[in-house]
Write a protein that binds this ligand. Sequence first.
Ligand SMILES: Cc1cc2nc3c(=O)[nH]c(=O)nc-3n(C[C@H](O)[C@H](O)[C@H](O)COP(=O)(O)O)c2cc1C
Length: 156
Amino acid sequence: MPTHHLLIVYHSQSGTTEAMAQAVIRGASDPAVEGIEVRVRAALDAGPDDLLWAHAVILGTPENFGYMSGGLKTFLDRSYHACLAHTQGLPWALFVRAGNDGSGAVGSVERIVAGLRWRAIREPLVVAGPADEATVLPACEELGLTMAAGLEAGVF
Ligand SMILES: Cc1cc2nc3c(=O)[nH]c(=O)nc-3n(C[C@H](O)[C@H](O)[C@H](O)COP(=O)(O)O)c2cc1C
């Protein structure tokens, strides 16, 4: 029986963040890690109930106009007040895909998450500019696996 709930919420318009998300999901669903239920939501379909269910969350977004995507922003807008009193300390991680920078997306998510008082388990995974999928996807899998294994072990 799964005892820990891991939520993965992401937005992707043209598919590159989607590919990262699928790799994160693969890592989080590694059969070597037991007792983790992984829930995956497109950001536009996700809401506060998903966060209230979660023991940890991984967010993913492209950088759009120097900020997180509108899809992820509306999820956080719709969830913030409903979750503020209930999700403090939630372990979280972030992955970002960007054409050439990524820092605006990271900073915009981190500002909101700082208000929520979630607890980062590691530095954001940022892929900016042309990238070799052969290195990107394993890094994404490692992110998912790290979160799942840490939850299983009670580290987070
Ligand atoms: C409307 C729009 C705005 C963008 N703005 C930025 C930006 O400010 N900085 C950047 O590095 N890349 C920017 N990009 C590039 C995207 O971050 C990049 O193409 C990313 O891989 C798209 O992810 P997706 O395929 O998951 O939608 C922008 C792309 C779009 C479509």
